[in-house]
Ligand binder design. Structure first.
Ligand code: PEP
Ligand code: MN
Length: 341
């Protein structure tokens, strides 16, 4: 349920509603807009309805929410959420590009890639230390040593770093090194992990599951917001369809739909979506034209010898070309790069 307060309702009026909700054992989540405060209510429906909130001072309207998510919806918060990490922003017109290797393989590989993507204008550095591999015999990542290298590359380049938390037991450890914690597609519905990440005050990059609907992605994000962490970035990374020419099918309608349904920033990952280097740049352009707030792009100094996802990785030169290609699109509708000003 959403309680919409009148324009410029007083703090006492808002506090009164919140107190009554707490007394009834419900959770009250506040969205404080410039003119309007909206209260997202979570709890026993029957008890909440019996409160007659429509009659309380300062309340304009009470809306029953039929969707399985509330806090992530634009009804709860009409303004875009802007996630800021170490001066880099995403959302509200700030466009982010998270670039780097699929997996961290060595100090030299990571540092050279990091310097190259920074020079071309990336706003964040990505790199996997714990890799979710289909085969248990494939390279599983460098683990904590990879995290250490990633943090060092972030320090040297000044870029915030994003990496995947593969197992909830590693969340605190990963948070000790990374600025943004990634939930991979295969873990999108790992609800215990989402709950734990919801308790952490660290931005979360939530990737869409391989076969997850838009509603399931939003419901997964709801778990994180419900725990109190509002810094969530959604990522469309391609879904499973009958098509096999591309690794997955990039669902750009989902990007446009998500921008309507939620205030959270939405990025696209054409690398994992297509699995093909030659399709990354066109799909980056299409994603920005669809309203995406950013991109995730895999870059490797030597894709041919990459231990993971080489065929979809751009070379540093390819990434530089991509960045100049998309420059005009970034400034569409008055958007800007999410770099520190
Ligand atoms: C990744 O970004 O490294 C990754 C494994 O992506 P996904 O979870 O989308 O497959
Ligand atoms: Mn990858």
């Amino acid at each position: 349920m959403l309680v919409i307060m009148r324009d410029h309702a007083s703090k006492q009026e808002v506090d009164h509603v919140v107190t009554r909700l707490h007394e009834a054992g419900a959770e009250a989540h506040l969205s404080d807009g410039e003119v309007k405060t909206i209260i997202g209510v979570i709890g026993d429906r029957e008890v909440i309805y019996s409160l007659d909130m429509e009659g309380m001072p300062g309340v304009e309207q009470v809306i029953r929410v039929l969707k399985p998510y509330k806090l992530v919806s634009r009804d709860f918060q009409p303004e875009d959420t802007v996630v800021t990490v170490k001066g880099s922003s995403i959302g509200g017109g700030a466009i982010a590009v998270m670039a780097g290797p699929c997996s961290i393989e060595s100090e030299e590989q990571l540092m050279r890639t990091a310097e190259a993507v920074k020079a071309s204008g990336a706003t964040m550095l990505r790199g996997g230390a714990y890799k979710p591999r289909t085969s248990p015999y494939a390279f599983q990542g460098m683990g904590e040593e990879g995290l250490r290298l990633l943090a060092e590359a972030g320090r040297v380049t000044g870029l915030p770093v994003v990496t995947e938390v593969l197992d909830v037991r590693d969340a605190e450890k990963v948070a000790g090194y990374a600025d943004v914690l990634q939930v991979g597609a295969r873990n999108m519905q790992n609800f215990m992990m989402l709950e734990e990440l919801g308790k952490m005050q660290r931005p979360i990059l939530l990737k869409r599951g391989l076969s997850a609907t838009i509603e399931e992605l939003l419901s997964a994000a709801e778990y994180i917001l419900k725990g109190g962490n509002r810094d969530v970035i959604l990522c469309e990374r391609g879904i499973r369809t009958f098509e096999t020419y591309t690794r997955n099918t990039l669902d750009l309608a989902a990007v446009a739909a998500l921008k309507q349904l939620t205030h959270l920033p939405v990025i696209a990952d054409p690398s994992h979506a297509t699995g093909r280097r030659d399709l990354v740049a066109p799909m980056c352009r299409a994603a920005l034209a669809s309203g995406a707030d950013g991109l995730m792009v895999e870059v490797h100094i030597d894709p041919e010898h990459a231990r993971c996802d080489g065929p979809q990785s751009l070379t540093p030169d390819g990434f530089a070309r991509l960045m100049s290609d998309i420059e005009p699109l970034v400034h569409l509708d008055g958007n800007r790069w999410g770099l520190p000003s």
